[in-house]
Design a protein around this ligand. Structure first.
Ligand code: BMA
Length: 863
């Protein structure tokens, strides 16, 4: 079936039927059906899905096994060495061909694609991230047309480019060996999702295919090609917005353009424009009275305006486009101060602490990420009080839906260009290709209020460290002088010339940051705790203790992390029982960090009692990760306003794997996601030891100051209260306040630190703003009791309420179900003696009796 949309009516019909075409309006036909694929010359045609990719096509035709199961990935490396041919046919009526302009619009071809229309080569594409538009009227006929796309092997083309260059540039994460390519790392030679060549959390599965839709567009006199809105000024009563509407005109002519605020049907502008044949930009300003601002998650409503731009000829609409738009100002403030230079986001004039995570693509095959999956991951981020996601440079420029959801949920995007942890050599052709990639993506994304800033790349500056002879990750030390020059010149051409030029032309008001992390704009090779953004990997890669999170705090910590395993249900999806050991071949192949298992175990040895079995190990790994990152978030937020951003590595996974993620491939929250939700809460109470004192910080994102009650209870693990303190404290607006400090000795008296905890609450009357539990020793040194947890289950509509109460401390209560799937409103939490908690369980499919399938474990059950 070929879908046909007539603009304005959203009317879908079969093109070969007897539909009547509104002559004035654009015709858009999506060419996504009837596709077949074969290895070139093999003539073994399989059904293909478009958008899609070769791996998922082979999978749905049962030609390969599930790439994620056990070690199947390794058997599938032949796929990227083959040339694949996709073909389909589509029919068009005479009405389409009577239009003055007919064009094919390829939203994304992955990657080296020769496109033949009725056997004529009409396009040679070589960049997954670009859009390709081909005027094709002269190649089309009324009735059946064929389209064939030959996808050349990206790895073979990469090899040819590598041979031509004559040396191997650094490509730190390219898992060439798994790919059967020896030491030849070719990812850097193709403008193609870097992570598909392997990463320290991802498989190597290098795809080919039509990864975004193809449209046939037909129109007569003119078409809206692109729109761009920008806030020029804003105050309480008025916002002035500039509009630049790019129009393709078939002749010199005058056309009327209107702009409507869809939410109230108000016409914002109605104006005639003189257009020249070809490309035109019509620019004008318009006003929005009493503007409703777009705010981030937690600070206010992320209000979205909907502007429809419509082009009229003889009073009939010929094309229109609707754009969601948020009225907000976002600035990145770098002001010198006594410590160095600030680095913070100012939203609508308010400095906002960025609470968030690093985001990677949701699947190694990005075409199978459904709208539901996008919704689930962004909603999960929003539920965890996240207000910024860093769209990391080793993945893809995400699909529109990702940014739409961030717009709706009030989540800002730190948007990178797709370059990561490698040096990318360019020549005059490839830099033009990259320039066009920048243009396409900036034009596609710049209207989104969620995009806070553009960033050139991930960790290339840090890895190379120009000007610092012994600095970096050993990359430049492996190059001779000529190679050094080629790579560094290329780097500067991409990130200090081409990209700033494109942004200067297309989106000059947005902040541009060349690389993450970097101390200052041209501070090549410098990363600093006192300016710029900072990646801290001392904990984990550097084997430092968790306590270091509180010492190594930058102005904006855009990466830090700790690994864990996914839960047992997820592990079961890729293993069979004989694999149930961390060191088994299958488990090891789903752990891509060379030192991953060793580090998890090493830290566990320091902090936890040795887990008794495989399942316990998975669970303890999650609790350990959650505690580590919780301590980092709390430390970062407590250092407000010195530190104004905390983005942990990483939010999500692209396959089921041991990784730094807080949500696994199936969308299941790990312990970390629950902990992050609390640590990122609008109000945070955070106790810690500083030297010989116990100190308590209260962090508030509220823009108003207030008074609250601080309640502290020092309790033993059996529930006996040893000391309690209560006071009224003044909480400053939008900052961190030290609300309590005392000598640890005087608080503890002669209590045994292995047998106590401090329960801290920040309250207004009976409402708890934040609570937290602080231990004076590591979990392995706690004398954990064997708690009796009383459980009452009550049905509440489709959900269940679980009322839990424990006689003694129940550490890291883990709720799960033996079958079925659902979401617990809280999990992995410490249940303090005598305190009732109510947890809601929302099953995905209705269940009758939760009691029958509920399993409750605590840390005590793991050793
Ligand atoms: C960061 C990232 C990734 C990597 C992660 C974990 O520095 O930028 O390249 O996956 O560390 O090692």
């Amino acid at each position: 079936m070929i879908k046909k949309f007539t603009i304005g009516l959203f009317f879908i019909s079969f093109i070969m039927g007897c539909e009547s075409i509104n002559k004035e309006k654009m015709i858009i036909i999506e060419i996504n059906n009837g596709w077949r694929v074969s290895a070139l010359g093999k003539n073994e045609w399989l059904k293909a899905k478009v958008p899609g990719c070769i791996h998922t096509d082979l999978l749905s035709n049962k030609k390969i096994e599930d790439p994620f199961f056990r070690t199947n990935e390794k058997k599938l490396q032949w796929i990227d060495k083959v040339t694949w041919e996709y073909k389909t046919s589509f029919s068009i009526s005479n009405d389409v061909l009577t239009r003055q302009n007919v064009r094919l619009n390829f939203k994304g071809l992955d990657t080296y694609a020769d496109v033949y229309l009725n056997n004529k080569l009409v396009l040679k594409a070589d960049n997954m991230f670009r859009e390709w538009k081909v005027d094709c009227k002269k190649y089309l006929i009324v009735g059946k047309n064929t389209i064939i796309i030959i996808f050349h092997s990206p790895t073979q083309i990469g090899l040819e480019k590598l041979v031509k260059l004559g040396f191997q540039p650094p490509a730190a994460n390219d898992l060439s060996e798994i790919g059967g390519m020896g030491k030849n790392k070719v990812s850097i030679f193709s403008r193609k999702a870097p992570y598909q060549f392997g990463w320290d959390w991802g498989p190597r599965l290098v795809t080919s295919g039509i990864w975004r839709p193809i449209y046939l567009e037909a129109w007569d006199s003119a078409k809206i090609e692109n729109v761009f809105f920008q806030v020029k000024s804003v105050n309480k009563s008025l916002s002035v917005i500039s509009a630049s509407i790019e129009i393709l005109s078939s002749s010199d002519q005058k056309l009327e353009l209107t702009l409507t605020d869809v939410n109230n049907e108000k016409k914002l502008i109605k104006q005639e424009f003189s257009l020249k044949k070809g490309e035109n930009i019509s620019s004008f300003n318009f006003n929005i009275d009493n503007p409703k601002l777009w705010w981030t998650n937690g600070l206010g409503e992320p209000y979205l305006y909907k502007f429809t731009s419509a082009l009229f000829q003889n009073n009939k609409v010929i094309d229109r486009q609707t754009t969601n738009f948020g009225i907000r100002t976002v600035k990145l403030i770098q002001k010198p101060d006594s410590a160095g230079k600030s680095f913070y986001v100012e939203l609508n004039g308010v400095p906002v602490f960025m609470k968030g995570a690093n985001y990677i693509p949701n699947d190694i095959f990005p075409t199978r990420v459904t709208a539901r999956k996008y919704w689930r991951i962004i909603s999960s981020a929003a539920k965890a009080n996240i207000n910024m996601l860093r769209v990391w440079g080793g993945g893809i420029y995400e699909n529109d839906i990702f940014y739409d959801l961030c717009d709706q949920k009030g989540i800002l995007a730190w948007q990178e260009f797709m370059f990561a942890c490698s040096m990318y050599p360019v020549d005059s052709n490839s830099i033009q290709n990259i320039r066009q990639e920048f243009i396409d993506n900036v034009k596609r994304l710049r209207n989104h209020p969620c995009i806070a800033l553009w960033c050139g790349n991930n960790e290339i500056d840090a890895g190379w460290a120009e000007g610092n002879e012994h600095g970096g990750w050993g990359w430049k030390q492996r190059c001779n002088a000529a190679q050094h020059q080629i790579l560094w010149d290329s780097y500067k051409k991409i990130f200090y010339k081409t990209l700033p030029e494109v942004l200067g032309n297309l989106d000059s008001a947005r902040f541009y940051w060349p690389s993450s992390p970097i101390a200052g704009f041209s501070d090549y090779g410098k990363s600093s705790l006192t300016s710029g953004d900072f990646h801290y990997w001392g904990v984990w890669h550097g084997k430092e203790p968790f306590e270091k999170f509180a010492e190594r705090i930058g102005r904006f910590v855009s990466e830090y992390g700790f690994q864990s395993f996914p839960e047992f249900k997820t592990v079961k999806s890729y293993t069979i029982p004989e694999d149930y050991s961390i060191e088994s071949e299958v488990m090891a192949s789903h752990q891509r960090s060379g030192t991953g298992n060793m580090l998890i175990k090493k830290y566990m040895g320091n902090y936890y009692k040795s887990p008794k079995d495989f399942e316990s190990f998975l669970y303890v790994s999650q609790v350990q990760q959650a505690e580590a990152i919780k301590s980092a978030i709390e430390a970062h937020r407590s250092r407000m306003p010195y530190c104004m951003g905390s983005l942990y590595w990483q939010l999500n996974d692209c396959w089921p794997v041991a990784s730094w993620s807080s949500i696994d491939y199936f969308g299941r929250w790990k312990a970390l996601h629950y902990f992050a939700k609390k640590a990122f809460n609008k109000f945070l109470i955070s106790p810690r030891i500083e030297k010989d004192k116990i100190v308590i910080y209260a962090v508030s994102d509220s823009l108003d100051p207030f008074n609250a009650q601080l309640k502290l209870k020092l309790t033993d693990l059996k529930g006996k209260v040893l000391n309690s303190i209560q006071s009224t404290v003044a909480i400053k607006s939008n900052s961190s306040t030290k609300i309590y400090e005392t000598e640890t000795k005087s608080l503890l008296q002669d209590a045994d630190p292995c047998n106590i905890f401090l329960f801290a609450e920040l309250k207004i009357n009976d409402r708890t703003l934040s609570d937290n539990i602080f231990y004076f020793v590591h979990p392995k040194d706690l004398v954990l009791p064997k708690p009796m947890i009383k459980t009452k289950v009550e049905k509440a509509g489709n959900c269940f309420h679980l009322i839990l109460e424990s006689n003694e401390l129940a550490k890291n209560v883990y709720l799960s179900t033996i079958k079925g799937e659902g979401f617990f409103s809280d999990n992995y939490f410490d249940l303090i003696p005598g305190k009732k908690v109510i947890i809601t369980f929302s099953p995905i499919r209705p269940i009758d009796n939760l009691n029958k399938i509920l399993v409750i474990k605590t840390l005590t059950d793991t050793f």
